[in-house]
Design a binder for this molecule. Structure first.
Ligand code: GAP
Length: 473
């Protein structure tokens, strides 16, 4: 058979779902940050190369020389990104009676962004280097005096505020009234639909509105692959609560969101919750914490969880004239709900899952690259592989593929020898490879190989769907 060695690792352990009991908010203190696990700086290049080689992420418009900071998700990447979003939706909407979904428009009129404060405040301080012309974000420079591109000191212009909104025009006539903006966050769609959703869903605070979708920011310094791009996907939820309950729900969502990453295979030592210092908080926020991941360049943000008070509903009520208060019949009270907002990046989170799962191990004289992804995040769940391309195997093997594909996302691969095909599936994190060989025609059984242990087992075809379903549950 094709036993190709022993693995030294097991797949990441799944931690039980968080209960309502609250974990301490400072789950990773500053002290812990300084003793953080050693990080591998070469991991970044390995992930970029793997992404290109295996159809996870491509540079956009590559045949035209590439369009900076935009990326296309290939056949494997599109599955993985979908799985990240599905896992979030499952936890945040499907499994909750208190959260409903929304898909709001990407284009919106200036009034929305006037009310939200984005037109006035959604900007970064920009400086130009007089020597080489490089444009930099002042707040991201290690040394505000020295240009990171040419190394010259004291050549920066005065900082000016650069608004990150993408503006375009609706309809054929230019000028006032035609201006529209691409949303820089999905959140405002939830705020401006608060009354609609509350009325039609008949939900009472505490309840949430969740949305996944594209957002656009004209970032001054996009970079680090898909970490910071101008077009990206967000997964956001606005949780509307009675004002007196805001602090308690803020803590609850900090815990829930940390647990979600752990439940999906993120190692605890590469994850931390960092409460913002007072000088980082927006004026309306009484608390914000970032879920951070240990990227190859250090700790950086995956998600922000903010206690936003009633700022957003107040602004939209004032600017639109709409009544956005909630009338609680039980207490005869009218109030503007406060909002707790867990806001995550889907594309950024997918990159973190790739980095957390990447592993190399020696198998005989070979280095095996394996993505030890959680089953729910893995692009394909099963690869169906005929031992040979001969029609007597390929025919029934394709029938087997059709049978399995009804239940799981499956790949079918008949090129190259079986060892190479196993390695290809390891590189994209496929949990199970099913090999149909010449014996399979006689004994109606197949060899199933598990990704992490590389152990193989003969399983009757009639029992295969149940066998896999049990392990992939
Ligand atoms: N509504 C709140 C909000 O949008 P944010 O911290 O600006 O908050 C939330 O964005 C998440 O969206 C971030 O934690 C990050 O994961 C993702 N994100 C923000 N800007 C991004 C960018 N330029 N590229 C990729 N992801 C981004």
């Amino acid at each position: 058979m094709w036993l190709d060695g022993d693995a030294s690792h097991k797949s990441a352990e799944i931690v039980p779902t968080a209960s309502l009991a609250l974990l301490p908010l400072r789950s990773m203190s500053d002290e812990a940050a300084t003793t953080s696990p050693a990080n591998d700086p070469s991991l970044f290049d390995k992930i970029v190369n793997l992404s290109k080689r295996r159809g996870i992420v491509y540079q956009s418009a590559e045949i035209y020389g590439g369009f900076r900071s935009t990326y296309d998700y290939g056949p494997v990447g599109v599955l993985m990104l979908r799985n990240v979003k599905d896992a979030w939706w499952r936890a945040m909407v499907q499994r909750r009676h208190d959260v409903v979904g929304l898909d709001a428009s990407i284009l919106s009129p200036p009034q929305v962004w006037q009310a939200s404060g984005h037109l006035q405040n959604f900007s970064d301080p920009l400086v130009d280097c007089r020597n080489c012309g490089a444009r930099e974000r002042l707040d991201k420079l290690d040394d505000p005096e020295q240009c990171p591109s040419c190394g010259m000191k004291g050549q920066f212009t005065e900082a000016r505020q650069f608004n990150l909104m993408f503006k375009t025009q609706a309809g054929p006539v230019e000028g006032a009234g035609a201006e529209v903006y691409l949303r820089p966050e999905t959140a405002q769609g939830m705020f401006i639909n608060f009354a609609n959703v509350q009325y039609t869903s008949r939900k009472k605070p505490p309840f949430g509105i969740a949305q996944i979708g594209k957002s656009f920011r004209n970032e001054i310094t996009p970079g680090n692959f898909v970490f910071r791009t101008r077009e990206f996907e967000q997964m956001e939820m606005e949780y509307f609560v009675p004002p007196a309950e805001a602090d308690q729900w803020y803590e609850y969502w900090c815990n829930e969101r940390m647990q979600w990453y752990l439940d999906h295979g993120m190692p605890a030592e590469k994850l931390r919750l960092r409460p913002h210092d007072a000088d980082e908080l927006s004026h309306y926020s009484s608390g914000t914490s970032d879920v951070e991941f240990l990227f190859p360049w250090g700790w950086d943000e995956l998600e922000g969880i903010a206690n936003r008070g009633n700022f957003d509903l107040t602004q939209h009520a004032e600017h639109s004239g709409a009544k956005l208060e909630y009338f609680d019949q039980a207490t005869n009270e009218k109030y503007l709900p406060h909002v707790i907002e867990p806001a995550a990046g889907a594309t950024r989170t997918m990159m973190a899952f790739l980095m957390a799962a990447y592993d190399e191990e020696q198998v005989n004289d070979d280095t095996r690259v394996v993505l030890r992804l959680h089953h729910r995040i893995a692009p394909y769940k099963v690869a169906v592989l005929p031992l040979s391309k001969k029609p007597e195997l390929a025919g029934p093997c394709q029938e087997l593929f059709a049978q399995l594909a009804d239940h799981f996302m499956c790949d079918y691969d008949e090129t190259q020898n079986i060892g190479k095909r196993y390695r290809r599936q390891d590189e994209i994190g496929t949990p199970y490879c099913v090999t149909f060989d010449f014996e399979s025609i006689e004994d109606r059984a197949v060899t199933v190989r598990e990704r992490d242990s590389m152990e193989q087992e003969r399983v009757p075809i009639d029992e295969l769907v149940g066998w896999l379903a049990e392990r992939l549950a």
